[in-house]
Design a protein around this ligand. Structure first.
Ligand SMILES: [Fe+2]
Ligand SMILES: [Fe+2]
Length: 330
């Protein structure tokens, strides 16, 4: 069941705004889904567009740091795994752009906003990949953090977004495992390989913690997003979950997480840990990360290079339609 927004009153008049809002609120309260045909408050729609677009852009921009290593994979097996993973991310971007289009924005519009810097993507992808160990660390920590963020989104209140997330999460789980498996293979290798893994984890640990967004006190949209069922957990709750999940995995790998403040707190039943450098986070979000300019320039170039494909597909679709019209006219 979804909000009964399409019904009309017996006198033939449509429901007024207060009635529509009441139906919307009731749907949210029942933990039902809001669907594209349903009435929704404008702020709910624009919040979703912002969140889903940011998510879609992250999937697409996230192909770059790892794509950087495809031609230099150390074996055919590693190359096949990495290719499959990067292609999955392209698929995630496409599901999410499609989900966003159900809210009345076009993919063209979203792409322009990305390349013009008017919409954001995850800050993590503005860090460079400096060694093959980074492919493993990104799978383990970055896809691991993505899973923590995304599993609750399978129950998000907007139908197309929640359904896209179910499929995405299954694939993220494969991404996390392939990363962990690569790191565990390297940790059983030479001293040099172990040092590569540790150096990579040292670089990615803090940016991975930043992936959950700013602390709750500094996250003005969280409260409304939770009330609307768009978000199911706060940034700090998700960050804690990620730390608790990562500690035993780091032990199993034999790597050290670079935080002296990381200790088990028996009273809380969670690990205590230090805060990342939030000044760095805001600087990266605002465009001053090590790779922001490079990532956007690459995306812009790829979009321009693809113009002939879009033109050809549009011309083909137009011709098909004309053929059908001619057929039905005769
Ligand atoms: Fe993904
Ligand atoms: Fe992934």
């Amino acid at each position: 069941m979804t909000a009964q927004t399409q019904e009309t009153r017996p006198d033939g008049e449509g429901p007024d705004e207060a009635e529509l809002l009441a139906a919307f609120d009731a749907t949210i309260a029942r933990h039902d889904r809001i669907e594209p045909r349903d009435w929704m408050p404008e702020k709910y729609r624009s919040t979703l567009v912002r969140q889903i677009a940011q998510h879609a852009h992250s999937e697409i921009i996230g192909m770059q740091p790892e794509g950087n290593w495809i031609t230099r994979a150390p074996s055919l097996r590693r190359k096949a795994i990495l290719l499959a993973k990067v292609q999955d991310e392209a698929g995630h971007g496409l599901y999410l752009y499609s989900a966003c289009e159900t809210l009345g924005v076009s993919r063209q519009e979203l792409t322009l906003k990305l390349v013009e810097g008017r919409q954001k993507y995850s800050s993590i992808f503005n860090y460079p990949t400096l060694s093959y160990a980074d492919v493993g660390t990104i799978g383990w920590l970055v896809d691991g953090a993505a899973i923590c963020n995304q599993v609750p989104l399978c129950r998000t209140s907007y139908g197309p977004y929640g359904r896209a997330m179910i499929r995405v999460c299954k694939e993220e789980s494969f991404h996390q495992r392939q990363g962990f498996e690569l790191l565990s293979t390297m940790m059983r290798g030479t001293d040099e390989q172990r040092a590569m893994v540790q150096e990579s984890v040292d670089r990615f640990w803090w940016p991975a913690l930043m992936m959950f967004g700013p602390p709750d006190d500094d996250s003005p949209n969280t409260e409304q997003s939770m009330a609307w069922g768009i978000k199911r957990d706060t940034n700090d709750e998700l960050r804690q979950k990620f730390v608790d999940m990562s500690v035993p995995q780091a032990e199993a790998l034999g790597v050290t997480l670079p935080d002296d403040g990381l200790v088990w707190n028996a009273e809380r039943g969670h690990h205590d840990f230090s805060q990342p450098d939030w000044d760095e986070f805001y600087a990266v979000v605002k465009g001053s990360g090590p790779c922001n300019a490079q990532r956007i320039a690459h995306r812009r170039r790829a979009h321009e290079d693809g113009a002939w494909v879009r033109d050809a597909a549009t011309a083909f679709a137009r011709r098909q339609q004309e053929t059908v019209q001619r057929g039905s006219a005769s």
